[in-house]
Design a protein around this ligand. Structure first.
Ligand SMILES: Cc1cc2nc3c(=O)[nH]c(=O)nc-3n(C[C@H](O)[C@H](O)[C@H](O)COP(=O)(O)OP(=O)(O)OC[C@H]3O[C@@H](n4cnc5c(N)ncnc54)[C@H](O)[C@@H]3O)c2cc1C
Length: 221
């Protein structure tokens, strides 16, 4: 405000159309995308939503320096405080504590296919997590949902099976140590956030993976 330049926060897209600077932001909890034209100015200030843009390598090496500026605030800020740690309900699973998560999405097609992927998760010593549509259908409880309206997870391994990679999901798992995605659509956004990607039908890949894991376990025994 002090600089008197237009400001737009939490943008998911930015574009110049002619000399009009257009930002896209979400409203109503992400149900509506709003394109807004900022008042013309020499400079603009925008902040972007986490994971909305792919980081680009600069065309030339940048020599920017980090300048540390001490905060002018001296008093303790009390807008955030720890209230209590809520344990999952008895029999529930705390996916935020799991080292291995097998995340399933709409690509799983039917509830009857869940035991197949649950076996895979168990064979890896992990548990099942999921995208929101799986919870909406009532196929898994809400404590398994990963994403902006679910849990944020950071397991050692996250296997995404039949998950498209909507940003609401990605924001909840993109910091996992290793991400492997299986999706039959080569253009699925999840691949941009994955360390390894398999473009294939998950129902072909899961049995092969399970066999390989039990083979390796037998060799070790
Ligand atoms: C306010 C709001 C909050 C939200 N919060 C969350 C949230 O917390 N978490 C969340 O996950 N979503 C959330 N969503 C929903 C989100 O926008 C997406 O709709 C959702 O993540 C999509 O789930 P999906 O990837 O399972 O399904 P889809 O987007 O339908 O993707 C299914 C994928 O499966 C692939 N596929 C299909 N069949 C196969 C097969 N046989 N083998 C391999 N791949 C296959 C397809 O190619 C596709 O990419 C939210 C939405 C809103 C509006």
């Amino acid at each position: 405000a002090a600089m008197k330049i237009p400001l737009a926060t939490d943008c998911i897209d930015l574009a110049f159309e002619g000399d009009a600077f257009i930002v896209t932001r979400q409203m109503y909890g992400g149900k509506v995308n709003v394109r807004a034209v900022l008042r013309k100015s020499e400079s603009y200030m925008v902040t972007v939503r986490q994971a909305a843009f792919q980081a680009q390598k600069p065309p030339v090496p940048m020599n920017g320096q980090i300048e540390e500026i001490p905060s002018p605030l001296t008093e303790e800020i009390t807008t955030k405080r720890f209230i209590e740690y809520v344990l999952p309900p008895p029999g529930g699973v705390d996916i935020t504590a799991a080292e291995v998560l097998v995340g399933i999405g709409r690509g799983i097609k039917d509830q009857s296919n869940i035991p197949l992927v649950e076996e895979l998760a168990k064979s890896l010593g992990g548990v099942l997590a999921c995208s929101r549509p799986i919870v909406d259908k009532g196929w898994l409880p809400s404590d398994r949902q990963v994403g902006t309206s679910g849990k944020t997870v950071k397991p050692k391994l996250y296997i995404a099976l039949g998950i498209s990679g909507a940003f609401q999901h990605v924001l909840g798992m993109k910091n996992s140590d290793l991400i492997i995605a299986v999706n039959k659509d080569p253009k699925a956004p999840i691949f941009s956030f994955s360390d390894y990607g398999v473009v294939e039908d998950l129902f072909k890949i899961v049995p092969v993976l399970k066999n390989k894991i039990s083979e390796l376990k037998t060799q070790k025994a």
